[in-house]
Ligand binder design. Structure first.
Ligand code: GRF
Length: 250
């Protein structure tokens, strides 16, 4: 059994989707063992508690003011150092950043090289990734640029921001009259399906990084088996949506 830690700072819908995939037996041979957050008020903490997933809060640089750049970097390094210690303690094999509002420094990136993933809500990471490109800003920029397509990307984390080797991408069409919120919502549905798939590919040893590129091995019917298993999640989500519709109409 492999052990996964999720790092998150906010709402936690990706964390929930990953935990649901594990609970439904879709993710195999990997356990969601830990949530790490840098914001004690993040709603994601409550989700972990409900699912009885151990969680730790490590103060980082998010939502904090620093007197100097030096102080901020010091706090970032302290976070990384503590996080590495906790990951070792919990024997974590893989880290998934899911709405984690803090750039990781070299200490943790080196210690977990190609064992840290991130999800970004765009496909073109050159134009719509990097510093300042988070949340609504990403979707607003995509719409402003008149793109006809966006989506999401799961990639390994390296020393850059949002530019590590790409593992998986899912495309979502931009619809006429789209708002950043509407586009974000449709992309999120894909994020919830794409992230667990990348985690399973990694766990199954199906990803090799060569010359900075991630190569995926889907031979032997991997994709068919995954799609068949993931139907349970898609049906579960459709059930939840129906429940919400019923609730709002009564
Ligand atoms: C997602 O859109 C993810 O792509 C981005 O931050 C958002 C997190 O959402 N990195 P949630 O907290 O998982 O709901």
């Amino acid at each position: 059994m492999r052990h996964l830690a999720v790092f998150a700072s906010g709402r936690g819908s990706n964390f929930r989707a990953i935990a649901d995939h594990a609970r439904l037996g879709i993710l195999q041979n990997i356990e969601v063992s830990l949530l790490v957050t840098n914001d004690s008020n993040a709603p994601v903490v409550q989700i972990a508690r409900e699912d009885s997933i151990p969680n730790v809060i490590i103060e980082g640089v998010y939502r904090r003011k620093f007197a100097s750049k030096h102080d901020k970097e010091k706090a970032r390094n302290e976070f990384d150092e503590r996080a590495v210690g906790i990951l070792k303690e919990h024997q974590i094999d893989l880290v998934a950043l899911a709405g984690f509002m803090q750039v990781l420094g070299p200490r943790i990136v080196e210690a977990y090289r190609f064992r840290i993933m991130n999800i970004h809500p765009a496909k073109d990471l050159v134009r719509f990734g990097g510093a300042g490109m988070f949340g609504k800003h990403v979707h607003a920029a995509v719409l402003d640029a008149g793109q006809t397509e966006s989506g999401c990307t799961v990639h390994y984390v390296d020393e850059s921001v949002d530019r590590g080797p790409i593992i998986l991408q899912s495309a979502v069409s931009v619809e006429p009259g789209d708002t950043p919120e509407a586009l974000a919502e449709r992309i999120l549905i894909q994020e919830h399906r794409t992230y667990p798939k990348a985690i399973q590919l990694h766990t199954d040893g199906r990803i090799a990084v060569r010359d900075g590129k991630a190569m995926i091995d889907l031979s032997g019917g991997w994709l068919e088996r995954w799609n068949r298993r993931q139907e349970a999640f898609i049906n579960y989500q459709a059930g939840l949506r129906n429940e919400r519709l019923l609730e709002s109409s009564t």
